[in-house]
Design a protein around this ligand. Structure first.
Ligand SMILES: [Zn+2]
Length: 263
């Protein structure tokens, strides 16, 4: 008798527990971190990646990940010298960028070669970026934040928004730019977009180990930074400020706003 009563009581307890649990919703779990094998920075000009995310790129390169930089313009107007010819400047800046990429351990640097200062979020431009995404298949895409109010450079705005539109849905769905599929380029789902220059960043990357590489890469852009006398000091102060903003135990950091995409 006593054994039966015990069983009944157990059943009743279970029932009560189940009933008590039923109306409760599951707590939303923080999303799982994605597996990162490849990172691609899509930027407007040679030197944009170095100023904004080079410590992060160097960190992933050091970890043996594939790292790409896509430079959307030739940077052929980036000079105060009215005598400078655009094509000479473009050639110089490509050399500077290749040297900078080498300092960071970048796997491949892609030059789209569009005219400086003339980018618009067109379908033609989007196709160029979708092609890179489908070819190199990055898990994370880093780019300019196009949603930041008062973002002044038209190329930065155009690259940020066009890259966003290229990631989702264009690169994902084969029906966009069907020539790619016919050429053998499969659709590709990017896992996350990381925006730099965001007003409210939510992801901070420790660049303590790679800050030196960032500076070594930046000084390669001599046409832009000149002798770079104060550059290291300025960049170190900035990275230290960002580290402080993170509220984490970091000395030097780069900051991003992350948008996760359903995979
Ligand atoms: Zn720029």
């Amino acid at each position: 008798m006593s054994a039966n009563t015990g069983e009944q009581q157990d059943e009743m307890t279970q029932d009560t527990e189940q009933n008590a649990q039923e109306p409760q919703r599951e707590e939303p779990k923080p999303p799982e971190p994605i597996q990162i094998d490849a990172v691609m920075a899509v930027v407007a000009h040679p030197d944009d990646a170095e100023f904004s995310c080079a410590g992060t790129l160097a960190k992933y390169a050091r970890e043996g990940k594939r790292v790409y930089i896509v430079i959307c313009t030739a940077g052929n107007k980036g000079t105060p010298d009215p005598q400078m010819k655009g094509e000479d400047l473009a050639a110089m800046r490509e050399r500077e960028q290749r040297a900078a990429s080498a300092e960071l351990g970048v796997t491949e640097t892609i030059f789209l070669g569009n005219p400086d200062g003339e980018l618009f979020p067109t379908l033609e431009f989007r196709e160029q970026i979708v092609r890179q995404l489908r070819q190199f298949r990055p898990d994370v895409v880093i780019t300019h934040d196009p949603f930041r109010p008062y973002s002044l450079h038209p190329d930065h705005r155009a690259v940020g928004i066009t890259t966003t539109d290229a990631v989702y849905p264009s690169a994902r769905d084969a029906i966009y730019f069907p020539d790619h599929y016919r050429e053998g380029l499969e659709p590709w789902k990017v896992g996350e977009i990381w925006y730099y220059g965001a007003e409210q960043p939510d992801h901070f990357v420790d660049i303590g180990e790679t800050f030196e590489r960032k500076i070594a890469a930046l000084v390669k852009h001599e046409s832009q930074v000149g002798k770079a006398t104060e550059l290291e000091k300025r960049m170190r102060e900035r990275a230290a400020e960002v580290a402080k903003e993170s509220g984490q135990d970091l000395e030097l950091a780069e900051a991003f706003k992350v948008v996760k995409l359903r995979r």
